[in-house]
Design a protein around this ligand. Structure first.
Ligand SMILES: NC(=O)c1ccc[n+]([C@@H]2O[C@H](COP(=O)([O-])OP(=O)(O)OC[C@H]3O[C@@H](n4cnc5c(N)ncnc54)[C@H](OP(=O)(O)O)[C@@H]3O)[C@@H](O)[C@H]2O)c1
Length: 254
């Protein structure tokens, strides 16, 4: 049983989907949770209530991670409220599905700002807190198969995810000596709100199920949260700069 009692985590984009599942998993393990939301205040209130049900403190912060000042404020408020930060999960993301050749400059800027720049700024602001964590601070980043493969309409987000995997390794190099582990989770397709605008979503999900090497278990946000819980814990103190794939083996074979 992983025990994170007395620790604090900051999770971006935890009003829904994978971020929400991470918030609840870590709270269940004893962690106080600060988290951000943007357009879903009601969902955020529900997450805060669920964290409280585990007997943990919850702090919901409205923040747009494409805005540098919101990131600075988020980390500062978390530090002021909890007085410590042990785990940072840079999870909020977005970008829109479109061919690379149809990408406009605003599309490019948004995808890079919300995925890539947000991670850099979060790491910069959070490092002074994380390096004081009692049992090594933890930064967890989120990638996807598009970071290393080609997926229709996913080029821009895929490029941002590739950058996140690279930044994970380089941040590990810089922050490892300061007592911080930086690792990435690369999840297969999870049926969250993020996929609601993907035109061929059902076809892709069906194809993924056919390629699964773990029977008919569908990949759910909670499965990804289990990996986040491991990476957030002292069990992962020797895991550094890694990208862990969780996809039921679907990406192993063509
Ligand atoms: N779903 C998948 O198949 C999959 C696979 C691999 C990796 N991932 C990665 O896992 C992470 C979470 O994905 P998900 O599927 O759980 O997404 P999701 O269900 O769409 O949830 C996105 C979360 O991010 C927040 N958010 C969106 N734009 C934001 C912004 N500009 N600033 C701050 N917060 C913002 C949303 O908040 P509001 O609702 O409050 O606006 C929401 O809490 C992402 O990094 C994604 O790339 C997803």
């Amino acid at each position: 049983m992983i025990n994170l009692k007395g620790k604090t985590a900051l999770i971006t984009g935890a009003s829904r989907g994978i971020g929400r599942a991470c918030a609840l998993r870590l709270a269940e393990a004893g962690c106080d949770i600060a988290f951000t939301y943007l357009n879903s205040p009601r969902n955020a209130r529900e997450v805060a209530d669920e964290v409280a049900h585990f007997g943990r403190q919850a702090l919901a912060i409205k923040a747009d991670v494409s805005q540098p000042s919101d990131i600075e404020t988020t980390v500062r408020i978390t530090g002021e409220e909890f007085g410590r930060l042990d785990v940072l999960i840079s999870n909020a993301a977005g970008g829109g599905f479109r061919p690379v050749l149809d990408t406009t400059l605003p599309n490019f800027d948004y995808a890079m700002h919300i995925n890539v720049r947000a991670l850099i700024l979060l790491a910069q602001y959070a490092a002074p807190w994380l390096e004081k964590a009692t049992d090594r601070g933890k930064i967890i980043t989120m990638s996807s198969m598009g970071g290393s493969r080609a997926i229709p309409l996913y080029g821009l987000i895929g490029a941002a995810k590739g950058a996140i995997e690279s930044l994970t390794r380089h941040l590990a190099l810089e922050l490892g000596p300061r007592g911080i582990n930086v690792n990435c989770i690369c999840a297969g397709m999870v049926d969250t709100g993020a996929l609601s605008h993907l035109p061929n979503k059902e076809d892709i999900l069906r194809m993924r199920r056919q390629k699964s090497l773990v029977g008919d278990i569908d990949l759910k946000p909670e499965h990804v949260a289990d990996v986040a819980l491991f990476l957030a814990s002292p069990l992962a103190n020797l895991v550094q700069g890694a990208t862990l794939v969780i996809d039921g083996g679907t990406s192993l074979h063509v």
